[in-house]
Every structure is written in C-alpha cells, then in structure tokens.
Design a binder for this molecule. Structure first.
Ligand code: BGC
Length: 367
C-alpha cells in the first residue's frame, strides 16, 4: 500500500511538472529529454508577419528547435524597429541563451546587442546581416549575390542577350536601402546586366539605374506598384517594356499590378520577362499563369536546419559550421557565415522543386 501511494505521488508530481514546462512559448518537454538543450531558452526575432516567407521561417525555427527540446520565444516585429529592439530586450531579460535575429534594419540593433553581449547571450543573424556591431557571432543566409546573378542570368537568357539580340527595354525594382541583402541582390544582377546596358542591348528608358533610384522602402508591394505606375506613364506611353528585374516577390507583385493596369498581359502586349525571389504562393501561381517569369527558391527549411545546428554547436561549446569567412563584413568585423544555395524556379521546374520536395501541396497552387 505504501509503495502504491509513493507511486501515485510520483505520477502526480510528473503530471504537475509537465504542465509547468511550456508557458506561452514553445518548450516540447519531450524528445530532448536528458539532452543539453532541454528547457534552454532560445529567442527568435523575425521582422514581420506581413510576408509569407517570414511566417514560414518562424514556424520552421519553432518546430525544429522544439524537436530538440529547446524552450522557444518566437516574436514578430511587424517591420517596426522599436518593437524588434524591445522584443530582443525582453528575450535577454527572460534568460535566452541564444537569440536568432532576422533584422528589420540591420543597422539599428547595435545597442540592444551590446546588452546581449554583456549578458553573455550569443547572437545569430538570420538571413539578413546585422551591421556595425561585434555582438553578432554568426550569420546564416543564402548566397545573396548568387540570388541576383540567377535573376540577371534569367533575363540574359530569355532575351537572348548573349547571342547579341536587342535593343530591349529594361526597368529595375529592388529592395530597401536598409537591407544589406539588397546590396548583394542588386550587385549580383547588375554584374550580369550592366554590360548589356553599356553596349545598348538593354535600354533603361527611365534612366533610373542606381540602387537608390530603384529602391522599394520595406519591400512594400504598394510602393513598388506606385513607382512602376509612374515609370510606365512617363516613359512607356509609346514604347513597350521587355523586362523588369525585380529583386523579390513582393516587389514583383506590385510591378505586375502596374503593368496589368497599363494594358499588359494581353495578346498584343504580353507581360515582360519579370523576376522575383522567395517562391511565395501568389508568385508561383503567377508563374503558372504566365504573369511572372521566374522566382528564386530559397528553401527556408534548410536555413532553419542550419541555424538550429549553429545553436546546438554554440551551446555545447563547439565551433558552428561555416562556409564563408570573407564576404560579410558588417563594418566592424567579418561575420563567419553559412551560405545556402538558391535555385531558380519557373514554369518548367516548379513541380519538381516545390511540390515533389513537399514545400507546397498541389492544392496550395490552385487559383
Ligand atoms: C530576404 C528576401 C525577402 C526580403 C523581403 C530579404 O532580406 O532575403 O528573401 O524577400 O527580405 O522580406
């Protein structure tokens, strides 16, 4: 009887303990049992919920860290720098050992990351580099220069520029000035396209060719649309646009709306060659229907895997795996980085790349 009572008490205790584990964050209390990760707090600060990819990034990070037994504090900052700063401050106060940050403005986190450093918290820059601080320990991203190159080469190939064809009219729509990735996307693409502009095979009728002139604040779809509306009215009343280099999918959607309002997407005025990046659902649908030519697929599952490996290594006192120690100078130091490989996706390969890999279901892509 005594043994039975002891057993009951032990069972009750374990039920109570399990109930205490998760709170509002994401401790699994399960598979990581006994592992060094069990219950260790990790902060994940994502820039916004307003773009599909960051929701996926957040969800992947949450589930992969939880699988390992970590206690995850995932926050989205709705593209407001002040919110991101206060969310990171909270993560430090709550005792997070590692904070993973997808920065809104990579240049605005220096003082909050100084606090992290003083508290012994390790920081991993997620997808976007964090600038002007030595408090960022590692960086995991895709080869951002490679993303731009893929976009530039797609335009080069579709227009037959290598074969000397042209002249064609091109316009450019890129990302905001405060996202370091945009520097690389723009440079990667323009390194391919600029020689054709110089030779006159590509003509930018608006004359807007610098990153500043082609920037889209916050990667905002409506702002990209507004700018393209103006460019079309001013420069293409009697000329046809043949290609638009768009650095990502939200910018691409804005550009597509402007083009459709200006009478494109018809038999005598087909859509220009239009690029994108992220393979977001509306964009993959636009690729299938022929309104967008391509996107760059960056498998967010693979990025999350890599970052979780970095977290594990940092917490067990090992050196995280990196494959680039030259490219990402944040103004204070070169941040050791792991770069994943981006891939182009278009009408011909989307099934294999996006459906067969389980990234999307066929039903997700039905109009
Ligand atoms: C990311 C892109 C994304 C863009 C807008 C960039 O920093 O690398 O994948 O499309 O931000 O959120």
């Amino acid at each position: 009887m005594k043994k039975f009572l002891v057993l009951c008490l032990a069972l009750m205790m374990s039920v109570v303990m399990a109930g205490c584990g998760g709170s509002s964050s994401g401790s699994s209390g399960g598979s990581g049992s006994g592992a060094p990760s069990k219950g260790v707090k990790i902060g994940v600060s994502m820039p916004t919920k307003s773009l599909q990819r960051w929701n996926q990034d957040g969800a992947n990070m949450m589930s992969k860290l939880k699988e390992k037994g970590y206690d995850v504090d995932l926050q989205f900052a709705e593209n407001k720098v002040e919110s991101q700063v206060s969310q990171i401050e909270n993560m430090i106060t709550k005792g997070c050992k590692v904070i993973v940050v997808g920065a809104i403005d990579g240049g605005s986190l220096s003082s909050v990351l100084d606090e992290a450093k003083s508290a012994g918290v390790k920081v991993i820059a997620y997808d976007r580099l964090i600038m002007n601080t030595d408090a960022v320990n590692y960086y995991a991203t895709f080869d951002n220069y490679g993303v731009g190159q893929i976009q530039g080469q797609y335009i080069e190939q579709k227009l037959g520029l290598k074969e000397g064809k042209g002249p064609f009219n091109l316009e450019i729509a890129t990302g905001p000035m405060d996202d370091n990735n945009a520097v690389f996307f723009f440079k990667g693409a323009m390194d391919v396209l600029q020689p054709y502009v110089d030779k006159g095979q590509l003509v930018v009728r608006s004359g807007q060719v610098t990153r500043e002139q082609c920037a889209t604040p916050n990667w905002d779809e409506a702002k990209a649309q507004e700018r393209m509306d103006n460019l079309l009215t001013t420069n293409y009343a009697s000329a046809k646009l043949d290609a638009v280099l768009c650095s990502n999918d939200s910018v691409s959607l804005g550009v597509q709306s402007a083009l459709k309002s200006a009478g494109y997407n018809t038999a005598d005025k087909p859509m220009p060659v239009i690029t994108g990046q992220d393979a977001n659902l509306p964009n993959v649908k636009a690729i299938i229907s022929g309104e967008q030519s391509m996107s760059v697929f960056k498998d967010t599952r693979a990025l999350a895997d890599q970052v979780v490996k970095m977290v594990d290594a940092l917490l067990s006192g090992k050196e995280p795996e990196v494959n680039d120690t030259k490219t990402y100078n944040n103004g204070v130091k070169i941040v050791p980085s792991y770069l994943l490989k981006p891939q182009f996706v278009d009408k011909d390969n989307y099934k294999q790349l996006l459906i067969d890999s389980g990234y999307y279901k066929e039903a997700d892509l039905q109009k």
